[in-house]
Write a protein that binds this ligand. Structure first.
Ligand code: GYE
Length: 365
């Protein structure tokens, strides 16, 4: 069932508008042609490096397994680590042909990308959904074509009968972890909170917002003054924070929740420019999500007081599912990628690990 010829054709085609680089928001192309990108050719594996053992090969028959990955985009450090992890895992050396497409945060492009994968009759399709809504039709198409679909990182609203498996972090639990830590830290003190949300309609945004709001509801002296999307980017975080500062004024808020590290960097720049102090010794406590290496450096430095992890190294989970399917085994409908929260040095928390240089040194992304 492996479509080698189709793959060769795919390899010859490149839709350059989708080979995104830099942080510019490319205008949405009308969802025209299916968006294929040439599978990343591994720097030709040296001949002497023969594949280790037969049973290590993912395909039972020794054939290359073709995998399409419709990735969200390149909005954050988290995303870059996630992309690299997929490219490293689904490599030629490991017996895969990966068709990777950066969908540049455009839902229509992502749908057409999946349609392209279906047309190419790839063996497996991984989708990191930009938004959770709007998936029923194309998932049905994949199912009709008999191609297993893995929903990765973010979730979809569609019935779980429309895809094979889903994997990722529990975003609601992440939001609740942030809220629980804040309640413990403030110990009854008032909170005037500004929230910089992630991309509109993304399950990561919806879940973190819902989870945090669950804890807000338990604290009558907490007030969420405003909640706006920073699109998971540094520029977005900075822009939203600048407008918050204009609207609410320094001194009128003491907590800023950024739904990812890149937004936190932008928010810190905006507060620096406005002369607002933040961090454990400042007037404003910053909560962030992702806990990437740089985000955790800021946590170690006491600038981001609490950073809730979401582990981007998820490709191994996807590969495990694919290996099981190749072997004709049953797979779980849902795989949880576990995470934990981190707090600045000097803070003890039942909800989070106190940051240290050692923790930072062990961070691979
Ligand atoms: O938090 C953010 C990225 O879906 C969990 O997407 C992911 C989020 C992550 O852009 O940095």
């Amino acid at each position: 069932m492996k479509k080698k010829l189709a793959l060769l054709l795919v390899a010859a085609m490149t839709v350059s508008s989708l080979v995104a680089c830099g942080n510019s928001e490319a205008p949405a192309e009308e969802a025209a042609a299916p968006a294929e990108e040439a599978p990343a050719e591994e720097e030709a594996a040296p001949a002497e490096e023969a594949p280790a053992e037969e049973e290590a090969a993912p395909a039972a028959d020794g054939e290359v397994v073709t995998v399409g990955f419709a990735q969200v985009g390149h909005e954050s450090d988290w995303r870059a680590a996630n992309t690299k992890n997929y490219q490293d895992t689904f490599s030629a050396e490991n017996g895969y042909e990966l068709s990777f497409v950066d969908c540049d945060n455009d839902h229509a492009v992502q749908i057409e990308t999946v349609r392209g994968f279906i047309e190419q009759e790839l063996d497996y399709i991984c989708i990191a959904p930009i938004q959770s809504a709007g998936w029923d039709t194309v998932l049905q198409e994949a199912q009709d074509a008999g191609i297993p679909v893995l929903i990765v990182d973010r979730a979809v609203d569609a019935a779980d009968t429309l895809y094979t498996t889903a994997l990722g972090c529990d975003m609601v639990a992440e939001g609740e972890a942030a809220g629980n830590w804040l309640a413990e830290y403030l110990d009854g003190a008032d909170a005037n909170i500004l929230v910089i949300e992630g991309s509109v309609g993304a399950s990561a945004t919806l879940g973190r917002t819902e989870g945090f709001n669950n804890i807000v509801a338990q604290n009558s002296n907490w007030k969420v003054l405003d909640s706006q999307s920073g699109d998971f980017t540094q520029a977005g975080g900075q822009e939203v924070m600048e407008s918050f500062i204009k609207t609410y004024g320094a001194g009128n808020f003491n907590v800023v929740v950024c739904q990812n590290d890149n937004e936190a960097y932008g928010a810190m720049d905006a507060m620096d420019a406005a002369g607002i102090t933040y961090g454990v010794d400042g007037d404003v406590q910053i909560i962030s999500f992702d806990a990437t290496h740089d985000g955790l450096q800021y946590t170690l430095d006491g600038k981001i007081t609490c950073n809730v992890e979401c582990n981007p190294l998820q490709a191994g989970f996807a590969e495990e599912v694919i290996k099981k399917l190749e072997a004709g085994e049953e797979v779980d409908k849902w795989t949880l990628v576990e995470d934990q929260a981190f707090v600045a040095p000097g803070i003890e928390s039942q909800y989070a690990v106190t940051m240290s240089q050692e923790v930072l040194d062990g961070r691979a992304y």
